[in-house]
Design a protein around this ligand. Sequence first.
Ligand code: ADP
Ligand code: MG
Length: 274
Amino acid sequence: MIRLSGVSYTYPHGERPAIKNISLGINGNEFIAIMGRNGSGKSTLARLLNGLLLPGQGDVSVDGLSSSRPENLLPIRKKVGLLFPDPDSQLLANLVEEEVAFGPENLGLEPAEIRNRVDTALKMVSMEDYIKYPPYLLSGGQKQRICMASLLAMQPDYLILDEPFSMLDPRGRKDLLTLFKKMREQQGIALVLITHSLEEAMQAERIIIVDNGQIHTIGTPADIMTMGAQLTQVGIEPLEISNFIGELNRNPGVKIPADITDIESLVDILCPSS
Ligand SMILES: Nc1ncnc2c1ncn2[C@@H]1O[C@H](COP(=O)(O)OP(=O)(O)O)[C@@H](O)[C@H]1O
Ligand SMILES: [Mg+2]
């Protein structure tokens, strides 16, 4: 598990702490979503989780390894894969296959194993046809897929995905989220998804709302979706269906429960068939 105890972090030239006194445990097989307005501290939190940033106060540990000990940083970064929102900052190689092989090569694996991991990872993100392409010729969404393949080829135990779908179309988002969920079920990895989409976050077991560098709320998807006006206050767009139910409930005598998430259930309430 990843454990944060009283973690605070201020950037070298930052005026205020970007993360303030966060304590949190992330289990080895959980799917957790992190939400919050721009600048609330989500990406800083992500970088603290894999030892890329070290806390100013408090402690971060991954499976018992504290990031405060320099000898633990390499094992932590092997265990915790972090995908950044901006693919261009991560793509360094001349060819897609070199890009994806880079991590496994650094792990010192055998060439056959590297080949196997590269092919498997590219297939997982449906980019196997682009193996000989230079990354700069790809679209933003395709670049995001290559970054995901690079991460998957490292076979981490925890996947931290920082707004991974921003350049993908709705279909691509759905397919890749399904892929990550399947990996979690089949390989027992933990998934931490930073997203602006409440619809995506609803698929997690827990949702954490970060505001102003602190944990504002931790709850189940049902807890979070029924927060009503409070959601907008922390920069989160309510689900479309919640807005719709809110409108319907303005009518006298109408009282539809706020925690309905799908159209079918709503139709059943509005038009009972028997
Ligand atoms: N490299 C940096 N140097 C100084 N301040 C930073 C840096 N990166 C982020 N910050 C500040 O830290 C706070 C949290 O930023 P960030 O973690 O990127 O939020 P989010 O990912 O939720 O948008 C913001 O106030 C931001 O301006
Ligand atoms: Mg961010």
